[in-house]
Design a protein around this ligand. Structure first.
Ligand code: EPU
Length: 420
């Protein structure tokens, strides 16, 4: 199993290019099952989660070709069963349910297992499919969907912890091939959901309402050419590099990004005392010497993203003063706290709230990555730490960050990847 060694104490300076969004690309790739026609998707990041999704699509019968960031998929003939062995590695594999149901009116997909960031139920996805007319059965670990026909409906998808991102996408994908109009109330409005709904798909999304056009497919063959969907920049990768700049940077610029999607993260960084300068597609962060602790609460978009919570905990752990971080989206998502404490952080965890008493310096230690964002937080915490931090189970980080070690080394960090 690969591990990463971070030699702490180097300062970062320079530009780093942000890749396509993982959480946007995954449902867009699943949505190619909606049509028999060829789909071309650009700026697809090279990540293990993307690889799993392409493997699943291949097993469902799609022809998949990939050349650098461009993926071409033709799902002319498909099967509707995805067994445990192919879906178990990634929770986002549930988003093949919507397109299979929409196109074939039938799907049998194994229910993915638990996950360290919380329980992660899919009851809201199933509620949405039922509202469109599907019969839902859970048997032997599989979700079985069937319908004679799907009919547009008014559906409220808001759950106890707010809207559901993949649930909204899943129901949208089934609804595009339903008869009539579907309105999703309490829909997630994350940029990744809007990306999935863009006009190329024959959908129009406004505020928290979705209007699906009858049976229209997207990515049609168009004047002999194919429409190409380009995935939006990854706002969480962007935020992670901004925090790297905040923690260890003299001046770091993230390029090919979409600052509009980063509002809450930029506001938090400004409140913490960092100078930011923006262009239409870049953000530069420079320290100004007067850092302040923060009170943060994760919320659905446009609020502060849960996917940036761990990285901010790492930053606040080394900033003077007491910060309070409250997690409302995945209340148990604090696996990074125990590992940060191994590096000398002082953090009290009380239910879904972390109180962080900043210390001057963390020290390198052997630590364990528990999930994607937690592992990014450990890399960030290690950048200014004394000595060497050894991060184990780095396959978690490769699920969602393209060559994070190489990109940080390009800014001046000293990170080694030790192959098992
Ligand atoms: N929830 C339910 N019932 C459902 C679905 C969700 O109660 O049927 C609850 C969840 O347990 C959670 C809240 O609703 O408390 C929000 O979950 P959501 O469904 O929005 O999460 P998701 O769609 O499964 C996506 C991202 C996550 C990100 C969340 C929240 C992808 C592939 N995953 O997950 O990203 O944290 O939205 O923004 O898009 C990551 O990239 O590291 C990651 C975990």
């Amino acid at each position: 199993m690969d591990k990463i060694l971070v030699h702490g104490g180097r300062s970062l300076e320079g530009d780093v290019r942000i890749g396509g969004s993982k959480n946007s690309a995954l449902p867009i790739l699943a949505a190619t099952l909606l049509t028999k026609e060829k789909c071309v998707i650009d700026r697809v990041p090279d990540l293990s989660d993307i690889h799993y999704m392409l493997t699943i699509l291949g097993r469902l019968g799609a022809e998949v070709e990939r050349a650098s960031g461009v993926v071409q998929i033709r799902a002319e003939k498909i099967i509707t069963e995805a067994p445990y062995e192919i879906v178990r590695k990634m929770r986002a594999s549930v988003c093949v349910l919507g397109p299979l149901l929409g196109r074939e009116k039938s799907a049998k997909v194994s229910l993915p297992g638990g996950c360290v960031i919380g329980d992660r139920p899919i009851d809201l996805h199933l509620k949405g499919f039922e509202a469109l007319g599907a019969k839902v059965t859970v048997k032997g670990g599989d979700i079985i969907l069937s319908a004679d026909k799907l009919t547009g409906a008014r559906i409220n998808l808001r759950g106890r912890h707010g809207p559901t991102v993949l649930g909204t996408g899943n129901v949208m994908m089934a609804a595009v091939l339903a008869e009539g109009t579907t309105v999703i109330e309490g829909a997630a409005e994350e940029p990744e959901v809007i990306d999935l709904a863009r006009d190329q798909m024959g959908l129009k999304l406004s505020a928290s309402q979705l209007h699906a056009a009858d049976g229209r497919v997207w990515l049609r063959e168009h004047r002999g050419e194919f429409d190409v969907v380009s995935v939006i920049p990854d706002r969480i990768e962007a935020g992670t590099f901004l925090v790297a700049g905040a923690i260890a940077g003299k001046r770091v610029t993230i390029t090919r990004t979409e600052p509009r999607h980063l509002e809450a993260v930029l506001t938090a960084l400004r409140t913490a005392g960092f100078d930011l300068s923006l262009t239409s597609d870049s953000v530069t962060i420079s320290p100004n010497g007067s850092r302040r602790p923060l009170h943060l609460e994760t919320l659905p978009y446009p609020g502060f993203p849960t996917d940036m919570q761990a990285q901010f905990c790492a930053m606040l752990a080394t900033m003077e003063g007491t910060s309070v971080v409250t997690e409302t989206v995945f209340p148990q998502r604090f696996m990074h706290v125990a590992e940060l404490k191994r590096m000398g952080a002082t953090i009290d965890l009380d239910d879904h709230r972390a109180t962080i008493h900043g210390v001057e310096r963390l020290s390198g230690a052997p630590v364990m990555a528990s999930d994607l964002r937690a592992s990014a937080a450990l890399v960030l915490a290690a950048l200014p730490a004394d000595g060497v931090t050894e991060i184990n189970r780095v396959y978690h980080i490769d699920r969602g960050y393209e060559a994070i070690d190489e990109k940080l080394n390009g800014l001046g960090a000293h990170i080694e990847r030790v192959k098992a």
